[in-house]
Design a protein around this ligand. Structure first.
Ligand SMILES: [Zn+2]
Length: 266
């Protein structure tokens, strides 16, 4: 039986977390927990909106990705063996659901009155009250909305998720000079090349101990909530990655993305 999540419980927990109605947030959740509270997901979305100045959340559409027969070297992927995956790729549409790996939060936010979505064919964001953040995104600068959110004193809010869901760390990696990748998306206008594509996030949880004293926490039912000022998060993570070339990479020896990063640094 799925736990029930009331609007008032969510507002209370976000207040405990120290969110302030004047501060914009980047909200990311653990898909497993969000799926558990799916029936009440609009309560959670409403509570986030009531507790912040603006809400931004990844609404990525990985289902649009296609693999060309060849492409740049060291791009963290295999170019052959992809014909089956390509057969399942979907054309990007601005009203398509976010990828299932993000759970139901981005689509709940998209249903809110006044919600907008940026039009990156793989890495779109949904925003409510966040139009000035969304316009900062382009194909060559997918993390522009997060950079702008940091400038405006925004915070990253993790809902039952660890930092592997914290997409702001991709911006930190880019700022630290980490290798970026190229991916391709299927759109009505043809296949679109998407540069500045991020690496792997499976090692991101290792940032947690370095955020002690910066991250605030609270609980909502079984879900651990965290809030981290974005400026501090980006500064801490980028500084560590500059100092340690292996910081925040995953330890899977078969991870093509992390291997590609390592090979640029050796
Ligand atoms: Zn990896």
């Amino acid at each position: 039986m799925a736990p029930s999540l009331g609007y008032r419980d969510a507002v209370h927990a976000l207040r405990e977390l120290g969110l302030e109605p004047g501060v914009p947030v980047l909200a990311v959740g653990a898909p497993e927990w969000l799926d558990e509270v799916r029936g009440d997901i609009s309560s959670l979305a409403g509570a986030l909106l009531a507790s912040s100045a603006a809400v931004l959340s990844p609404a990525f559409t990985l289902q649009t990705m296609v693999t060309p027969p060849f492409g740049p070297e060291g791009n963290g992927m295999a170019y052959r063996s992809a014909s089956e995956a390509n057969a399942e790729a979907e054309f990007f549409r601005s009203d398509m659901p976010a990828h299932a790996s993000l759970g139901p939060l981005p689509d709940a936010l998209r249903r809110v009155n006044g919600a907008r979505r940026s039009n990156h064919p793989i890495l779109s964001f949904v925003g409510v009250g966040a139009d000035e953040l969304l316009v900062q995104q382009s194909l060559t600068d997918p993390w522009g909305p997060i950079a702008e959110l940091a400038v405006r004193g925004g915070e990253a809010v993790l809902l039952g998720a660890d930092h592997t869901a914290n997409v702001a760390l991709h911006l930190a990696a880019q700022r630290a000079g980490r290798k970026q990748f190229v991916r391709w998306a299927l759109t009505a206008e043809g296949v679109v090349e998407c540069p500045a594509f991020p690496g792997c996030s499976r090692g991101f949880a290792a940032i947690a101990p370095r955020l002690r004293g910066i991250a605030r926490e609270a609980w909502l039912g079984s879900a651990h909530l965290q809030a981290i000022p974005l400026r501090d998060l980006l500064h801490t993570a980028a500084a560590w990655m500059r100092q340690d070339p292996a910081a925040l990479l995953c330890d899977d020896p078969t991870c093509a993305l992390c291997q590609a990063v390592r090979s640029t640094q050796s």
